[in-house]
Write a protein that binds this ligand. Sequence first.
Ligand code: MLT
Length: 271
Amino acid sequence: MTATSMTIHTEAFPEIHYRKAGTGKPLFLIHGFPEDSSLWEKVLPGIQETYTVIMPDLPGAGKSRAAAATLTMETMAGMLLAIQDHESSGPMVLGGHSMGGYTALAFASLYPDRVCGLSLIHSSAYADSPEKKESREKSIQILKKGGQQVFLQGMIPALFSEKFRQSHPETLKAQLKRAEKITPESMIRFYEAMIGRKDHRRFLQETSLPVQWIIGKEDSLIPLSDALTQTHLPSVSFVSIYENTGHMSMIEDPEKLSADLAAFTRYCYYP
Ligand code: MLT
């Protein structure tokens, strides 16, 4: 089954693109940084047979046009709402990878009635620490000075486990090529949105939504130790820890991620 390409237009977002695959109740999957909706290709088998999988390109990534105004997690959540309205899909299971998870948390806290489950895939409810903000500011300066290549060549390998990095050099190259398609201006906007994002731990403590945690044991961006300080916050948590996996289970172990997403989505719709 191939995904269909969809485009909608709103005042805030002149051109929003998303992929849609499968049939059944909706499962939204939001990519992270610096990626686009094609990230989910390998997890579709196993979920598209049972669910309608909606995979947006965040503004400035993939085929979605960059937004006219500054980006925040909340404005990106507004973009998801526009897609949900367009699809008339009812409450959805919302999965987000890393920055996509930050966006999913903003969406769930703004529009709790529109969500029936939240899957945080290598993501976190913490805001950026002062050190993280400082290192993002440095990266922004590099991007402004034309250093996108240097920035990406440092970042992309760090997304994967050591073992995967060594054994799949061609996958890393493809990932780099895809990331290069995002303009430095859009990358800066994503970084600014991440610097400005809120801490969502209180939301997780208070929500009755089931929350799934996908954690890579070798994730250097969202370390296991950080993730584990959050998994107890929601009243219903599903925790999966992936061996030999970094920040990219949708590429490093897509069959396992697909099975975990299918099981969690089933629970959210038929508890
Ligand atoms: C991502 O994978 O979306 C980003 O690397 C997350 C981050 O930098 O916090």
